[in-house]
Design a protein. Sequence first.
Length: 503
Amino acid sequence: MCDDDARLGRRALIVTGTAAALTLRSVTFARGADDMRDDETRTVRGTLPPGSPDFVYVPVEVPEGTREVRVSYTYDRPAVPSGTPGNALDIGLFDERGTELGGSGFRGWSGGARTEFYVRADDATPGYLPGTINPGTWQIALGPYTVAPQGLAYELTITLSYGEQAPVPDPAYPPQRAKGRGRAWYRGDCHLHSWHSDGRRTPAEIAALARAAGLDFINSSDHNTHSAHPHWADTAGDDLLVMLGEEITTRNGHVVALGTDPGTFVDWRYRARDNRFGRFARRIRRSGGLVVPAHPHATCVGCGWKFGFGEADAIEVWNGPYTPDDEVALADWDNMLVASVRDGRAWIPAMGNSDAHRDPDPVGSPQTVVLADDLTREAIQEGIRAGRSYVAESKNVSLAFTASGGRGEHAGIGERLAVPLDTPVTVRLEATGAPRCSVRLVTDQGVLFTSDPLPVSGSGVVEWRTTPAYAAYVRAELRHETAAGPLPGALAAFTNPIFLGRR
């Protein structure tokens, strides 16, 4: 038994260029070279006060001959006044290669989703990486997400098992292409959680739900771990492209790494004030992925996006069931569109994803519908990056949105109709699967057109005429009937803009 007899306030704070971190004293094991006992266990207790560092590391001296590291933990959850955060303690593991930010020592993270985990050469708890158990100083990473005014008392139980290690399996990853339809509209959901983080579904269950939702592609995006990557190969097929990524879950917002190379790990241990996000955004891109800030106005602790959008390839404007924070995100994104046309800057496309975790969360609601040259990772990413996409609440909703000039000029979603400012332009929206929804056409001047509700059949055509002098861009929103009051109804779909006029 090893009691951590000092509160954190009596220990030195170690600031390593990341968010503040603290390292406690080492936990040692007494096994000798000829000791063949099956396992040894140590227990560590401590208390984290309010204002603790973001990460507290517990070093564990792992001796030669260890074949498995197993950790379990508990912590207290005292009652707190209304409106005051209670205790929440995340956990993860780094091996003998260390805890350097962006380094190679990461061996897994389960956040607060599990109370125990193990790592062996041939297997590991979901969220953790199998691999050789090398001797040296390993680190259990504690993340006090929130700490109650009374403090957070915890207990760690660390068990090492000894013996010969099994072979490390070679990972198999899903292919980077599926059987597409050439240049076509493809439906996808790029923000999904499996049991490799805080989800409750296996990759196979998610893939089955994706197919039922009419999806052509998905993206693996578990919180702060890439351990799921080798477990998607059996779920992919000619009809479903599985891209690999991660939801980088910092204390200042979450970002989806969309379609990175297999086995890519992106670190999350920094805040906006640390000026580290640009480094890891570049890491995502170097690994072939897109940088997509997720639910930027979500109200959960640590969810609000504080890193700015200078590194974003797209923004997740609609996340799961449409709620007021999505409405704020949509308005904020529209303000960014206005600024981009005013200043002549590049614009950032929007997308929508389900963020589904468990039943009854629906996979593919919403879904991003992308015009791509084929059903490959690169083609889908290029369509998203170019903004050739719209967001729909389900596979039932389909849109065709165009703008045309009087001489045959034509542009679609994400494109520019390059005509003089005084040219008459016809904007046309064809919709199916949106019964009783109203169509709103939104420009840099605001909402300039609202249609009558579509018929109960859900199909209809809306046309509106304007000029580039009057509207620098136009995008479409399909809204459900509102129950009462002046607020707009929930979205059924929305498009990225069509830009009007020459630059």
